[in-house]
Structure formats: C-alpha cells, structure tokens
Design a protein around this ligand. Structure first.
Ligand SMILES: NC(=O)c1ccc[n+]([C@@H]2O[C@H](COP(=O)([O-])OP(=O)(O)OC[C@H]3O[C@@H](n4cnc5c(N)ncnc54)[C@H](O)[C@@H]3O)[C@@H](O)[C@H]2O)c1
Ligand SMILES: [Zn+2]
Length: 370
C-alpha cells in the first residue's frame, strides 16, 4: 500500500519584456509576439482613459485591427483607474467577452491600459478557462516601470486593495513609450515614486540619475523618463526572475517598501489619490520611521524626501492622522501571511527587514511629515 507520494516538478517560463516605440506598426513588437504565440483568436481590451485622450493611438490600433484578422469583435473598453478594480464589473465584462467571442486557451487577450485595468484584465485572463495567454501593453509610467512587468493580478474587495488575485506571469509585456504622451501630470509622475523606491533598495546610480534629472522629468522630458522607466522595469524584472521568490512564498517583499501605508491611505482617501502619490507618501512615512528607529541618518532621509517633493509628489496627507491608518500594518501582515515583515532603510542599497513596528514610532514619523 502506498501512503504518500511527493513528486516535484518545475516549469520553464520566459518572461518577455519589450521596450518599443509604436509597437503596433507593421512588423514591430506586437506583430512579432503574435507571430511567436500563434493565437487562434485575439480579444483586445482598452483603458477608457487612454481611448478618450489619445486619438492618435486609436488610429494606430484601428490600423492594426484592420490587418490582423484574428482580432475578434469590437475592442472591449473598460473604465480606467481604480473603478476597474473596486468591483467585479470589469472582471465580469472580460469573462463575458471571452465567452461571447469564443476565446480559448490557445487564443490570447491583448490589454492596453494603466495598472488598474491591467490588474483586472490579468485576473480575468487567469481565471477564464483556467488561463488564457495575456499580452500586456502598459500605458502609464507606473505600469511601464513597475506593475505591468510583474506577475501579480487582482482586484479590490471589502474595500481592501488586491484582496482577490493570482500570481500569473503574462506571455509578454510591451512598454510603448509613445503611449505616455496623453497622460495627465499626476500620472506622468506616478512611475517615478516606484522608481525611487526600487532605486533606494537596489540601484543608487538610478537614484542619482533621477535626482540629476528631476527638473527635466517634471517638465515631461520623454527621453529622460524612458531611461528611468527602463531601468526601473529591468530592476523589477530581475527581482522577479532572479530573486528566488517570484510568487512571494516567503515573508520578505522588498518591492513593497512604503506600501503598507500607501495601500491604507488609498483606501482612507476613498481611492481619490493615485497609487503613485500614495507610494510617495508611504515611502516618506517609512523613511521617517527608519530615522525614528535610529537606522537611517536624518540627512539621507531629507535628501530622499526633498527629491520626492521636487518631482511634484505630496509627502503628507490629512489621512495620515487618521488612527485607522495604523490598521494598515496588521492588514499588510495578513495579506503577506506569517510574521510581519516590513522593509526599512539603513542607507542607500541597505534595506533591513523588521518584524514589529511600534505605533509611537509611526506617530513620531508622521508628526515630522505634517
Ligand atoms: N500588479 C502589481 O504588481 C501592481 C503593482 C503596483 C501597482 N499596481 C496597481 O496599479 C494601479 C495603478 O496603476 P497606474 O498608476 O498605472 O494608474 P491607473 O491604472 O489607475 O490609471 C490612471 C489613469 O490614467 C488613465 N490612463 C491610462 N493610460 C493613459 C494614457 N496613456 N493617457 C491618458 N490617460 C491614461 C486611466 O484611465 C486612469 O484614469 C493600482 O490599482 C495599483 O494597486 C499593481
Ligand atoms: Zn506599488
């Protein structure tokens, strides 16, 4: 009689990230990836915020649809931003489109949009038929430098960020810099707070590049923004592929630096604050906590916080005074599972994990920011 069997297996996966300009033009990245994937049908999904403000891109998309006969039906347009994640409407419409258009596991979903739409569509494509290949075309700075490159997909539930979701890598990610032109200023800068985050932990030269180019970045210098986003995306990609924990089974999540406060603040502000701004404030909180804990020199903290401010980010918010903010620490632990693990900073490229955070330290840190 056999009592038990432990049989291990592993799956080889290539994470494809392409940096592009006009990715939908003939013979460019989208054509090449589709040639490689050979999908039976393609369902195209578009962020309404992009659809409404970037007629130039809509023409390019229409031209591509005109010559790619596997694209079925109309483009599915979803509301942009957190509206696509705060209920299951967006997820349901993608699932309905998958059904109505006969999209199968040998087909593909191609989504163009900000991080929120990518999250909702990525979740839908993962659960529809237990997994339909996904090509992500992130259209915001934040999604090109950070979220679009990752393996996480999900939507909010019970008012909590990303409460339901899956770890599921896309077939490919295509960062097309020409999409960023139509972004409003708040979302133009948003990718920079995540870039500062990853630079602080992993790449001081990138931090210095952002510092050196802060004025140009604020004034929408596309080449300088692309340079920062490419480095940020590459650092994120390498963290996923070489960090040894792509599906976050372990407790440490270095890329969530500043995020316990950021996520709670987004909820307390009724999602009226962008993720990029919330991350800047969350970073400021944890940097000030690092000083209050005696880990980080005040001079370095001030240098980082003044860079965030120079880039146009807020580093404070009235909801930081809300005592409910502190619930964010326990919610973060629950979302992670296991022991609380928060990242603090001892210096550039010197992250340190802590497993408890005294509320008085947080209050002291917030006091400094108000
Ligand atoms: N999955 C992950 O690993 C991960 C990581 C970080 C953040 N996120 C999530 O990403 C979301 C934030 O994403 P975001 O910062 O990309 O913003 P967003 O998706 O909220 O989009 C911001 C706004 O810009 C509009 N928009 C998108 N592209 C545009 C364009 N090119 N021109 C004009 N308008 C455009 C959208 O319609 C929306 O109104 C949050 O929900 C956050 O939790 C996920
Ligand atoms: Zn983030």
């Amino acid at each position: 009689m056999i009592d038990s069997i432990d049989a291990s297996f592993s799956i080889e996966w290539t994470h494809r990230l392409r940096f592009a300009q006009r990715a939908f033009d003939v013979g460019n990245e989208i054509d090449t990836l589709i040639e490689e994937l050979q999908p039976v049908r393609i369902l195209a999904v578009l962020d309404k915020g992009l659809a409404d403000t970037n007629p130039e891109f809509i023409e390019v998309l229409d031209a591509w649809r005109g010559r790619e006969e596997r694209v079925c039906g109309d483009v599915l347009v979803l509301p942009g931003g957190e509206d696509s994640k705060n209920d299951l409407n967006a997820v349901n419409s993608v699932l309905e489109s998958i059904d109505e258009n006969g999209i199968c596991r040998r087909s593909c979903i191609l989504v163009i949009g900000g991080g929120a739409v990518l999250d909702a569509v990525g979740f839908s494509s993962s659960i529809g038929h237990r997994g339909i290949p996904l090509i992500r075309v992130p259209s915001t700075t934040l999604s090109q430098g950070d979220s679009g490159v990752g393996v996480k997909n999900g939507v909010n539930l019970f008012g909590k960020k990303n409460f339901i979701g899956v770890f599921d890598p896309p077939f490919a990610v295509v960062n097309d810099s020409t999409l960023l032109k139509s972004l409003p200023d708040e979302h133009w800068r948003a990718g920079l707070s995540e870039a500062v985050k990853v630079a602080l932990i992993k790449d001081t030269a990138l931090f210095e590049e952002i510092e050196r180019n802060a004025d140009a970045l604020l004034q929408r210098d596309t080449a300088k923004m692309n340079s920062v986003l490419q480095k940020s995306a590459t650092l994120h990609l390498h963290h996923i592929t070489n960090g040894g924990d792509p599906f976050e089974r372990l407790e440490a999540r270095p890329l969530d630096f500043g995020h316990w406060a950021a996520h709670k603040l987004e909820q307390l502000a009724d999602f009226q604050i962008s993720h990029g701004d919330a991350v800047a404030i969350g970073l400021a909180v944890d940097i000030r906590c690092s000083v209050a804990l005696g880990l980080l020199e005040n001079e370095i903290a001030e240098r980082i916080i003044s860079l965030l401010q120079k880039l146009g980010f807020p580093t404070s918010h009235q909801e930081l005074k809300n005592p409910i903010l502190l619930d964010g620490i326990e919610e973060f632990r629950q979302h992670l599972g296991g022991t609380l693990t928060l990242l603090m900073l001892e210096g550039f490229e010197q992250p340190i994990d802590i497993h408890a955070l005294d509320v008085n330290i947080v209050r002291q840190a917030i006091e400094k920011l108000m």
